[in-house]
Design a protein around this ligand. Structure first.
Ligand code: CU
Length: 133
């Protein structure tokens, strides 16, 4: 016959295991502070990004949605430290039409200014800047 103390010992092992699993889950969960922001590509004023400048935190996401006068894209030309690989990684060079949207993830992005433009409409002044704090 199993004694009460054996049952208590087995129960404590189970409780500890559950606590460990729950604790691991919370440690691995993404930080709750990551925010998402919206930029329209082509707004009420025509060939512009709205807003044309935006301040975010590292780890935030920026959602770009096609607005007026497509097609549009987002090409980063100047990023902190002149990191060409980072600029290429963040860029969305594919031209997007009506109803399209995409997100750019600034996870691990160093602080500083990120300037970008829309390739077809750069000459019309369709440029923007994201500042990572
Ligand atoms: Cu454009």
């Amino acid at each position: 016959m199993t004694s009460l103390s054996t049952i208590a010992r087995r129960l404590s092992v189970v409780v500890c295991s559950v606590l460990l699993m729950v604790g691991t889950f919370f440690l691995s969960a993404a930080p709750a502070s990551a925010a998402s922001h919206d930029i329209a590509m082509g707004g009420a004023k025509g060939l512009v990004f709205e807003p044309a400048s935006l301040t975010i935190a590292s780890g935030d996401t920026v959602n770009f949605a096609v607005g007026q006068l497509p097609p549009h894209n987002v090409v980063f030309e100047s990023v902190p430290g002149g990191d060409k690989d980072l600029a290429a990684k963040l860029s969305h060079k594919g031209l997007e039409g009506n109803g399209a949207s995409f997100s750019i993830d600034f996870a691990g992005a160093p602080a500083g200014d990120y300037s970008f433009f829309c390739m077809p409409h750069r000459g019309a002044g369709m440029v923007g800047k994201i500042t990572v704090q």
